[in-house]
Design a protein around this ligand. Sequence first.
Ligand code: N01
Length: 531
Amino acid sequence: MSRKLDALVVGAGFGGLHMLHRLKQLGLDVKAVEAGDSVGGTWFWNRYPGARCDFESHDYSYSFDSDLQNEWVWSERYPSQPEILRYLNHVADRFDLRSSIQLQTRVTAARYDEELAQWSVTTEGNETFIARYLIMATGALSLPQIPAFPGIDTFSGSWYHTANWPTSKVDFTGKRVAVVGTGSSGVQVVSQIAPDAEHLFVMQRTAAFVVPAHNRPLDAERDALVKASYDGFRQRALDSFLGLHFDTELNPAVDTPEPERTAAYERRWEIGGAALLAAFPDLLTNTDSNDTLATFLRAKIEEIVDDPATAKTLTPQGFPVGAKRLIVDSEYYSTFNRSNVDVVDISTSPIRRITETGIETADGHYEVDVIVFATGFDALTGPLLNIDITGKSQTQLKDRWAAGPTTYLGLSVSDFPNMFVVAGPGSPSVLSNVVRCTELNVEWIAQFIEHMSDNGITAAEASPEAENQWVHHVNELSTATIFPTANSWYLGANIPGKPRVFMPYAGGIPAYRQTCSDVASSGYTGFQLTH
Ligand code: N01
C-alpha cells in the first residue's frame, strides 16, 4: 500500500526537522522518514565518547525561531553530542513534529513519474510514499566508511565505528585498544579512551593539525550578551565567509611582520577553536601565508609532545592547514605523553589485515581487545547515492554523478524534478557552519515550493545549462583556494574509486546566500518550470 503526501522529507537531523516544520507551516501534507531510532541525524549516530561539536553552541543552533533561540540555554562553550541531541529532541517536541516523523525507516529507492509529476519512494520495510516534492535532508556525513581490511570477521574482540556507536557504554577499562583514523572523530575519541585503556595504539595514516578548543561551562554573561542582540549575532555570522564569528586581521599573513603575525596566532591559540584558520584573510588562498600558520602549529606540537620521535610522527606535512578539516580538541597531543599511548605510523607500514587477536601492519602485530574505526564517511554524495534514485527518462543519479556530483546551487539536479537537496554537494555545507547553510537551503526550498503552488507550477528542475555553469563555478572557486591540494574527503580521496572532484562550494556563505536570493527574486532563473 502506498501513502500519498504533498512532500516527503528524508532525514530528521538539523536539516530535516527544520524542513518538516517549514512545510507544515505552508499547510502541506508532509512527512519525514528517518533511519535512526530517534531524531538527530548525525548527532544521533555519532555518540562515541567525547563527541562534541567544534563550533560554539550559540553558532551551532537554529535561528529561525526567536523564542526557541532565546529560551534554550546551552551549558558549555562547545555543545556535546548528548546536549545537541537533547536540543534537537526539544525542537521536535516544541514544534509538534513527532507525529509527522516516521523513525526506523530507511529509504532505499526513489523514482520520478514524469506523467504524474510525482515521486514514488520505497523504504527498506517495503513501504511506498507518493509525493510531489522529495527533499533529501540526508546529511553530508552520514554514510560511515569502514575500510575493507581483510580478516575483520576473524577478530575475536569487539570493534566499533565512531559513527555507529552502541547506545550502551563501552568499557575500555584494562583493555588493549586500537583507534584507526585521526580525523575529528579519532582525535576526540583518543583523549577519552586513553585514561581507561591498559594500552592505546593510535593508528595514524595522516597526521592532522589539531588546535585547542578551550571548552568550558558557558557563562551566564556570555549567554545574556548573545541573547541581548541575537539578530545582530546571526547577521554577522551570515556576513562571514564561514557563517561563524571569527575575528580576522586586516592584512594578509604574508604582508604582516613576523612578531605581529605570531602574536595574532598566539592570541587565537589561547582563544581556542577554528579561529586560527580565519586569523588572516589569505590563509585559505595563499600557500605562503598558510605555511606561516603550519609552522606555528608544528612548533606547538613539538612544545607539547615530550618524546621527539612521537612529536615528529604527529607533525603534519605535505598539505596546507585547513585543506583537510582543521581539528579542534583539547588534550590530543598531550595524550601522547602518557606511557600507555603509542602512535603507530600506518602510512609507512600500512595495515595488512585484521587477525583474530589484533591488527597486523607491514612491520608488526598489535594485540588488542577492541578496535575503534574512526575512518570517516563517504561524504556528501555517499548518502544520496546509497539510495537508488531514478529521475526523468530513467536517468539514474549514480550514472549522472559517475564523474562527480553535478547540481545547481547544491539544491537541484537536472532531470530530477521536484527533488531538492539540503546542504548537498555544490553548497557551502561542510565548508561552513553547516547549520547556517541548512537554514538557508530550507528557507529557500520552502519559498520555492510556495511559489510553485501559488503559480500553478507542477514541476521544477535545474536546466542543464544552469547546472553546468554552477558546476564550473564551484570548480573555479575551489581552484582559487588551498582546499583541493590535500587528499581529503572534500575531494572524495578517502574512498577508493570515488571520483576526485572538490564537492563543496568554496565561495563562502555571503556570496552563496546572495546568489540563491538573486535566483529566487528573478523568478527562479536557471530552473525549467512546468505549469
Ligand atoms: O573522518 P575523517 P572523521 N586506512 O575522514 C583515516 C565532521 N566531524 O569521522 O587522512 C587507514 O576526517 C583517515 O586517514 P587519511 C568533520 O567535518 C566533526 O574523523 O585519509 N586509515 C583519517 O585519519 C570531520 O572532518 C566533529 O589518510 C584510514 C581518518 O581515518 C568529518 O566529520 C567530530 C583509512 C578519517 O578521518 C569527518 O571526520 C567528528 C584506511 N583505509 C566529525 N581510511 C566535530 O564537530 C580512512 N582512514 C568535532
